[in-house]
Design a protein around this ligand. Structure first.
Ligand code: NAD
Ligand code: MG
Length: 383
C-alpha cells in the first residue's frame, strides 16, 4: 500500500491522480489533500478518500470546508503551514506535487526534507530552484519521479541505457493553438482562443504557457535538472499530434521515443507505481487511424518566450526564477484582460533585461528572486 499526499488535488493533475488512485484502491491510500478555492470539489474528494489531513489557502476557506465535511475524521488546515503539514505527514510515502506555479516550491521542499518520494508535476519547482532541489534530493536520498509527460517520456526512454551514452534529449511540443496562426494577428488573440489547446486539457496557467511555448521553455529547464543535461543538448521539435511524448538520442544514432495517446493518467501512473505499470484506462494507439506523425522546428519569432527560457537557463543563478515570476504575473494579466497575448513575452524579456543574476544559496533566496521578478513585471505592466 503506497500512502499519498496530493498537493493541488482539485486541479487538472490532482483530479487525474485521484482517478488513478480510485482505480487501484488496493495499491494506494490517501493521507492528505490540498486545494485552493474549489471547496465543493475538495469536500467531495475528502468524503471519497477520507484523508487524515486536508489543507486550503485561507483561514476562511478552512472554516467553510470544516462545515462542509462535518463528521469526517479529516483535520482541516490552512495556509503554507497547512500545505507543509500535508506534504510532510508522518504516514505519507509519496507526495504528488501538483500545485501550479512557484506556490508549489515550499511544500515540495518540505516533502523532500521530510524524506518523501516526490511525483513532480509542478515544473516551476525545478525551474526556480533546480540546483537546491537536486542537492536536497541527493542529501535526503529520496526519489524524484517526473509527471510531466515529456519528462516521463525521457525517463522511460532512458530505462536500461547508460546515461553516459546519451547524446541529446528531444522534447516534443504540440505547438499549442497558434503554431499555424497568422503571425500579424497573434497580438490580438482572445483569452478563449489561447485557452483552446488542441490536444491536452489542463489548468489555465499551463494552457496559456503552452500557447506562448513558455511551457516548453520551462520544460527544457526542468529536463536539464532532472537528467543532468546542459540545455544546449536539449532540443525542441513541434509535433502537432502529441503522440510521441519525447525522445532520447544516443551516441550511436539510435533514438528511443515514448508514444501514447495524450492523457496525463499514463505518466501520473508511471510516477506512482514505477517500475511497475498498472492499467490506467488510457486506450492504446491506433496508428493507422492517426495516419501520419509530423514534425517541424519552432519559430522563435512566433514563440519568443521559448528563446527567453533558453537564455534564462544559460544565464542561470537567479534568472530562471525571475523569468518564471514574470511569466506568472504576465499570464495572470493576460487572463484577466489586462495584457495582450504578445505582451506576455515582452514583459518577461524586459523583466529579465532589468535583472542581474545572482547566486541562490537558500530557498529564501529563491523566494526573494521570485518576489523581485513579480514586482518588476507588475511595474512594467503598469507602464
Ligand atoms: P490547475 O490550475 O488545474 O491546478 C492547480 C492546483 O493548485 C489546484 O488544486 C489549485 O487549487 C492549487 N493552487 C493554485 N494556487 C495555489 C496556491 N497559491 N496555494 C496552494 N494551492 C494552489 O493546474 P494543473 O494543470 O493541474 O497543473 C499543476 C502543475 O502541474 C503545474 O505546475 C503544471 O505546469 C504541471 N503540469 C500540468 C499538466 C497538465 O496536464 N495539467 C501537465 C504537466 C505538468
Ligand atoms: Mg509537459
Amino acid at each position: 500500500m503506497k500512502k499519498l499526499s496530493i498537493l493541488g488535488s482539485t486541479g487538472s493533475i490532482g483530479v487525474s491522480t485521484l482517478e488513478v488512485v480510485a482505480a487501484h484502491r488496493d495499491k494506494f491510500e490517501v493521507v492528505a489533500l490540498t486545494g485552493g478555492t474549489n471547496l465543493a470539489l475538495l469536500s467531495r474528494q475528502i468524503k471519497e478518500f477520507s484523508p487524515l489531513v486536508a489543507s486550503v489557502i485561507t483561514e476562511e476557506s478552512a472554516a467553510i470546508l470544516r462545515k462542509m465535511v462535518r463528521g469526517s475524521k479529516t483535520e482541516i488546515l490552512h495556509g503554507v503551514p497547512g500545505m507543509i503539514a500535508a506534504a510532510s505527514a508522518a504516514e505519507t510515502d509519496m507526495v504528488v506535487a501538483a500545485i501550479v506555479g512557484a506556490a508549489g516550491l515550499v511544500p515540495t521542499v518540505a516533502a523532500i526534507r521530510a524524506g518523501k518520494d516526490v511525483a513532480l508535476a509542478n515544473k516551476e519547482t525545478l525551474v526556480t530552484a533546480g540546483r537546491l532541489i537536486m542537492d536536497l534530493v541527493k542529501e535526503r536520498g529520496v526519489n524524484l519521479y517526473p509527471v510531466d509527460s515529456e519528462h516521463s517520456a525521457v525517463f522511460q526512454s532512458l530505462q536500461g541505457h547508460r546515461s553516459d551514452d546519451v547524446k541529446r534529449i528531444i522534447l516534443t511540443a504540440s505547438g499549442g493553438p497558434f503554431s499555424q496562426y497568422p503571425l500579424e494577428k497573434l497580438a490580438y488573440v482572445s483569452i478563449d482562443d489561447a485557452l483552446n489547446h488542441p490536444n491536452w486539457s489542463m489548468g489555465r496557467k499551463i494552457t496559456i504557457d503552452s500557447a506562448t511555448m513558455m511551457n516548453k521553455g520551462l520544460e527544457v529547464i526542468e529536463a536539464s535538472w532532472l537528467f543532468d543535461m546542459p540545455v544546449d543538448r536539449i532540443s525542441v521539435v513541434i509535433h502537432p499530434q502529441s503522440i510521441i511524448h519525447s525522445m532520447v538520442e544516443y551516441v550511436d544514432g539510435c533514438v528511443m521515443a515514448q508514444m501514447g495517446v495524450p492523457d496525463m493518467k499514463a505518466p501520473i501512473a508511471y510516477a506512482l507505481t514505477y517500475p511497475e505499470r498498472v492499467a490506467t484506462g488510457v486506450c492504446g494507439l491506433d496508428l493507422s487511424s492517426i495516419g501520419s506523425l509530423t514534425f517541424f522546428d519552432p519559430d522563435y519569432e512566433r514563440f519568443p518566450a521559448l528563446r527567453l527560457a533558453y537564455r534564462a537557463a544559460r544565464d542561470g543563478e537567479s534568472m530562471p526564477a525571475v523569468m518564471n515570476a514574470a511569466n506568472e504575473v504576465a499570464v495572470d494579466a493576460f487572463l484577466s484582460g489586462k495584457a495582450r497575448f504578445m505582451d506576455i513575452a515582452s514583459i518577461i524579456g524586459k523583466t529579465m533585461d532589468a535583472h542581474r543574476p545572482h547566486d541562490l544559496g537558500t530557498i529564501e533566496d529563491v523566494l526573494q528572486a521570485d518576489r523581485w521578478g513579480r514586482a518588476k513585471a507588475r511595474e512594467l505592466l503598469g507602464n
